[in-house]
Design a protein around this ligand. Structure first.
Ligand SMILES: Nc1nc2c(ncn2[C@@H]2O[C@H](COP(=O)(O)OP(=O)(O)O)[C@@H](O)[C@H]2O)c(=O)[nH]1
Ligand SMILES: [Mg+2]
Length: 316
């Protein structure tokens, strides 16, 4: 078993310390056992978390490469969490999606890590969520890349401050998010491969059209065109991301968003480990009251449910 990670080590220790912390939380029951560490990391949300989602082949990893290199030029430290559906053999073969990230292994300021998707395509495991929280404490920018197809797009909203949806020219992707509810709307939408010309412009017009019919929330998503190949549209993208960050910083928007995310982490973990019935048992239990931070809460709820349901405590 890996030694217990501490926030001090992660903040001071560079890549090896971060890698050790991730190994600890990925061990069986690790997120529950290291709840105190994870809550400490959660208490110092230093970096911005950008979620990038979209279908396989749309250009997410290529765009991530550009974002990494630009952030490094600005002197920012960057972590990438790539949620990789190809870890599930058949799906990966089907989609042909491999993370195509080219980073310099010698660069102390970039940390890239792949995680297997959870049950459904692109879904975030509790370890991936915990890793995002750790990275957020230690890096200036955390990029979480997930393959989003319909439903799983919503998962990225569990961890990201800002969700960026990538749309492929000539794909009809634009119709897909129109069907989604307000909660699942991305914050920024980019049509990738703008260098393709007319099909990209058409896709943008389609997305704008779909968006004009969609019921948006308080934030209205912006639609941009980007070419990672030509590095065009990047200034507009940064402006759009900054505008969203600025909007989130008003009043208690960010705090409210994170509180909703954290409740969802707890409920997801309990549903995963104890099923829907187990989650219902917890939600209707008097033990539920308490104001501890999310990872301690998960650990306590797991222990309570394990005892109540006669199951093994996953952290024991
Ligand atoms: N023409 C063009 N091709 C691109 C661009 N960005 C990515 N691609 C290509 O699209 C394919 C899929 O890219 P990738 O980043 O791996 O997509 P992902 O599956 O969404 O991560 C690769 O062959 C890339 O070279 C772009 O800006 N223009
Ligand atoms: Mg990729």
């Amino acid at each position: 078993m890996a030694s217990a990670p501490t926030l001090e080590a992660v903040l001071a220790g560079g890549k090896p310390a971060v890698a050790r912390a991730l190994a600890a939380i990925e061990a069986k029951g690790g997120t529950l056992r290291h709840a105190a560490f994870l809550d400490a990391a959660r208490g110092v949300p230093h970096g911005r978390v950008l979620g990038i989602t979209g279908p396989p082949g749309v250009g997410k990893s290529t765009l991530t490469n550009v974002l990494i290199s630009e952030a490094r030029t600005r002197g920012e430290r960057v972590a990438v969490i790539a949620v990789d559906p190809s870890s599930r053999q058949t799906m990966g073969a089907l989609l042909g999606d491999r993370t195509r990230l080219r980073t310099d292994p010698e660069d102390e300021g970039v940390f890239v890590r792949s995680f297997a998707a959870r049950d459904r395509l692109g879904g975030l495991s509790d370890a991936a969520i915990a890793a995002t929280v750790v990275m957020r404490a230690a890096y200036d920018l955390v990029i979480v890349e997930t393959v989003g197809i319909g439903q799983s797009e919503a998962d990225i909203a569990l961890v990201a401050d800002t969700v960026l949806l990538c749309v492929q020219p000539g794909s009809g992707d634009s119709l897909q998010f129109m069907k989604a509810g307000v909660m699942e709307l991305p914050d920024v939408i980019v049509v990738t491969k703008a260098d393709l010309g007319a099909p990209a412009r058409r896709a943008r017009a389609d997305v704008e059209g779909a968006l004009s019919l969609a019921a948006t929330g308080e934030w209205r998503p912006e639609v941009l065109m980007v070419s990672s190949a030509m590095r065009s549209g990047m200034d507009e993208l940064h402006d759009a991301l900054d505008r969203h960050a600025g909007w989130l910083a008003v009043g208690d928007r960010l705090a409210r968003k994170r509180a909703v995310q954290e409740s969802a982490w707890v409920e997801d973990v309990l549903r995963d480990r104890f099923g829907r019935e187990g989650l219902r048992t917890w939600l209707s239990s008097p033990d539920r009251s308490g104001s501890e931070p999310p990872f301690e809460r998960m650990a306590r709820a797991s222990a309570v449910l394990a005892a109540r349901l006669g199951a093994d405590d996953p952290a024991a």
